[in-house]
Design a protein around this ligand. Sequence first.
Ligand code: PMP
Length: 410
Amino acid sequence: MTVSKRKQDFPILFQQVNDEPLVYLDNAASTHVPTPVINDLVTYMQTSHANVHRGVHTLAERATSQYEAARETVRTFIDASSVKEVLFTRGTTTGLNWVARSLGELVIEAGDKIVISRMEHHSNIVPWQELAKRKQAELIYIDLTEDGELDMADAKEKIVSGVKIVSIAHASNVLGVVNPVEDLAKLAHEVGAVMVVDGAQSTPHMTVSVQELDCDFYAFSGHKMCAPTGIGVLYGKQTWLEKMSPIEFGGEMIDFVYDDYSTWAELPYKFEAGTPNISGAIALASAIKYLEEIGLDTITKHEQELVEYVLPKLLAIDGFELYGPRDASKHTGVIAFNIKGVHPHDLATALDMQGVAIRAGHHCAQPLLRYLAIHSTARASFYFYNTKEDADSLVESIIAAKEFFSDGFI
Ligand code: PMP
């Protein structure tokens, strides 16, 4: 089966929007859930739903074993060495906040430096800003090259003694570049810093081995990889997680509770206070199996082919301004752009009228847009279920919108 035939597994994609067939190109925001994953979720709800870990009855044991099996599925998916290193979260934002809060308490002192980059999502900026404020530490940004790639020469100048944490996106949600996080982890470790990776835009699209990257933490979200919203993962090296304090306190995460103090459960439960998102974790595992069946390398290749097909056509549109590398081989399926003279919100609305779903705005990256001296952009983002026909619809709908605006309004 060719990859884009998988589109058939996504009934939501087969509908009319504004009397036009839907072309969904907002996958960097959220992807859709395929029928096999929906079916697994329904089966769980209809046969095994119960609270995990404490119950001795059959349903509780069934829910627990499926929840823990999901953790093992995630472990192999990201190549972690132990399930103790796999924490279920609400998503990337929660994972990064946990690290900034708990690791930050442990390693940051006044005058220390935290290094991020100019292309980070707010989720990988604001938690560090707050940590820096709390601890009187300094937040430093690695600059970008003209082409919108991470400036590795600048990274080398900034990741120096005194830096305690480096936190970088594996792939940008705006510029469509993949960052060399393995090299950054080496630089970080050479100066004794901890390497944190925001994997929100990489995990859904490429093979990830946290051991090969040698990062200390890696966060990602289920809803960007065919699972429902509200479930995500934080990977952390066991040596760090053992030393770190829990972020939330309550049921599930304790060992013993006395009148005036408590002790913590072992990893990974120490960090999972309260009833977890059991159905979400089970659906995430189902989504992972679905993606693995297609093959992450096949997904990368298909998206690469789509970008190589569509980027030259987009660049040929008069007034098309791309943010990020013009070289398609350096580009993920995320394409941020503007059409000269058309506000991106107007463009996105005009495309929606033609059934084409793209995003417009600051993409939760205001410092990046300020750095690029722009207010907002349009963004089309592809996934494996997108086809060349979808890419053609994007190009045609932009040309039609451009004509509409130049005739009527500009
Ligand atoms: N980082 C990046 C690079 C992202 O693209 C996103 C989602 N747009 C996030 C973090 C935050 O993910 P979530 O909203 O699922 O927590």
